[in-house]
Design a protein around this ligand. Structure first.
Ligand SMILES: [Cu+2]
Length: 565
């Protein structure tokens, strides 16, 4: 039943105004984070081909990456920052910041990809590993997961299949089928998923874009959909970070005896495509922005100062029609594909701002309101499309009625103690899978949030539909379900404890997703069909987890097995 605790706030560093308004939080002198001292909007945002490397294949439909440590200057007033990156073999001369790699793939064309660990054998001082949570102590073990991918379990990069990950010199080899219709044109991302170290390996830089194209969504301009393309399609990966004065990334550690892990990581600067508070020059015309929340724990509520946006897709690809939006509320790993009209703002300087998400979404994150600047020019090089399409070649998320409904509790135990952890169903990650959907069937999974924090839930392997959220009486539910040392077990239908009707999915949950917000005080129903790629036979074991990666690492993640009929 933990919400915002004193200890949670003390992790953010000194000088953060939101923390100071809370009566139980005092500014801590322990952290000398640099954020408040850095000037804003001094450097251009890295873009594909200009600061972000578009990966070069090593053969037909084949890529070979190494995870490697590099150094980049992420802000002109900061010394160079050591960081971890995916190298496509180019040596990464084209990577400007801490986010620097993109794979462009085609729906229907499988890719075979390898990742070879060329990182230091043990964690450097700027990455505070908590050896209680990792399989092999302070050894660096990595494993790449294609977030949103429809793949066999042994290509998923998942710690239920490969708990020890991959050590120095070891190579992970995977097949990404990019199979239609499960994998339409969409923005996925691949990131590290090492057991007990996902938060650290992603924080260090192991995240990259994976852009799927098809015959409609070609990325060119013009295209059959009539949406912006080429230089007018801009990926924006948003991540918050803290820095030490020497330029290293700062990841605070716990002040609880024997504990290094902290409950959530929040930065005091915002990085976009791996640069601190950058700017983007745009022309007064229509643009397509592909936005990814790549933060460890921060839920974003983004706006462009009232500039009209139309969302055309999310994690599961393009929708059947655009939805007008003025705000984008994105939990970690959620994506928004939006069209933005800058024609009414020639010569203006706009700021993308982040504010507290609207209830019932809540976050303990301290305020971090500025994201990036958009400088609208006065001339248009290429006019491009001038209208928002009325229909799109995508899909709304429709699935038949489920054969099974599963009830999954979200627990947080021992907040502010040495035994602090989170879990699903009152079970540890190592306990055998309890969710065992039959291949090809549709199931509803009901995430019953008994904690005080929102948890973006991610079942890997199948696109999901958000069906709605229902407020309920948490205390009465816990009393009925029982509560042991791990919290309340799963299995009990919370319907009888509802305190109001199910709130339908938001308009921007129109399409398929792979991550959804499970708000505190609500149970959140998602629906998915547990298919497997062609040629892959059940059983196949995946994981579902909270995508606040601190929670996932300690221990809010469970295996599930897609079983034979
Ligand atoms: Cu992910």
């Amino acid at each position: 039943m933990a919400g915002t605790t004193r200890r949670r706030f003390l992790q953010y560093g000194a000088g953060i105004s939101a923390a100071l308004t809370m009566p139980w939080a005092q500014p801590s002198a322990a952290f000398a984070a640099m954020g408040g001292k850095l000037g804003k909007y001094l450097e251009q945002v890295p873009l594909p081909g200009n600061g972000i490397v578009v990966a070069t294949p090593t053969g037909p439909n084949q890529y070979a990456f190494t995870q490697t440590q590099i150094t980049r200057r992420l802000h002109p007033q900061l010394p160079p920052t050591p960081l971890w990156a995916y190298d496509d073999g180019s040596g990464l001369a084209g990577q400007a910041g801490s986010f620097g790699m993109a794979v462009v793939a085609q729906t229907g064309t499988p890719l075979s990809v390898s990742f070879t660990n060329a990182l230091p054998a043990t964690y450097p001082a700027w990455i505070p590993v908590d050896t209680r949570l990792t399989p092999l102590g302070n050894q660096v073990r990595v494993m790449t997961h294609l977030h949103g991918g429809f793949v066999a379990a042994d290509s998923d990069g998942n710690p239920a299949v490969t708990p020890d990950g991959f050590g120095p010199g070891q190579t992970q080899t995977v097949l990404y089928p990019n199979q239609s219709p499960q994998m339409p044109a969409s923005l996925l991302w691949f990131h590290d998923h090492g057991l007990g170290a996902t938060r650290l390996n992603v924080f260090a830089g192991l995240a990259a874009a994976y852009l799927l194209r098809d015959q409609f969504d070609t990325g060119d301009e013009p295209n059959p959909i009539g949406i912006p393309g080429g230089a007018y399609e801009v990926p924006l990966v948003i991540q918050d970070r803290q820095f030490n004065p020497d330029g290293t990334f700062l990841y605070p550690t716990s002040d609880i005896e024997g504990v290094t892990w902290i409950g959530e990581y929040f930065g005091d600067v915002m990085l976009v495509n791996g640069k601190v508070w950058p700017f983007l020059n745009v022309e007064p015309r229509l643009y397509r922005l592909r936005i990814l929340n790549g933060c460890n724990a921060r839920i974003l509520n983004l706006g462009l100062g009232g500039v009209q946006m139309w969302q055309i897709g999310a994690e599961g690809g393009m929708w059947d029609q655009p939805v007008p939006v003025t705000r984008l509320v994105l939990a970690p790993a959620e994506r928004a594909d939006v069209l933005v009209d800058f024609r009414r703002s020639p010569g203006q300087t706009l700021v993308m701002k982040n504010s507290s998400p609207p209830k019932p979404v809540v976050t303990p994150a301290p305020s971090l309101s500025q994201v990036m600047q958009l400088r609208v020019g006065t001339t248009v090089t290429q006019p491009g499309p001038t209208t928002i399409p009325t229909s799109l070649p995508g899909r709304a998320a429709n699935l038949p009625a489920p054969t099974t409904t599963r009830y999954i509790t979200l627990n947080e135990i021992g907040v502010d103690t040495a035994g602090w952890f989170l879990n699903l169903n009152g079970l540890h990650f190592e306990d055998p899978a309890t969710e065992t959907p039959t291949v090809g069937t549709v199931e509803d999974w009901v995430y019953i949030n008994l904690t005080g924090t929102p948890t973006p839930c991610t079942p890997t392997c199948s696109p999901i539909r958000s069906s709605g959220r229902t407020p309920f009486n948490v205390a009465a539910y816990v009393a009925a379900a029982g509560s042991g040392p791990g919290g309340s077990p799963g299995g009990l239908d919370p319907t009888a404890f509802a305190t109001g009707p199910m709130q339908p999915p938001a308009p921007e949950e129109r399409g398929f997703k792979d991550t959804t917000k499970a708000n505190p005080g609500y149970f959140t129903t998602i629906r998915g069909r547990f298919d497997l790629p062609v040629g892959v036979t059940a059983p196949q074991t995946y994981v579902h987890h909270c995508h606040i990666v601190e929670h996932e690492d300690n221990d809010m993640m469970r295996p599930f097995t897609v079983t034979p009929p």
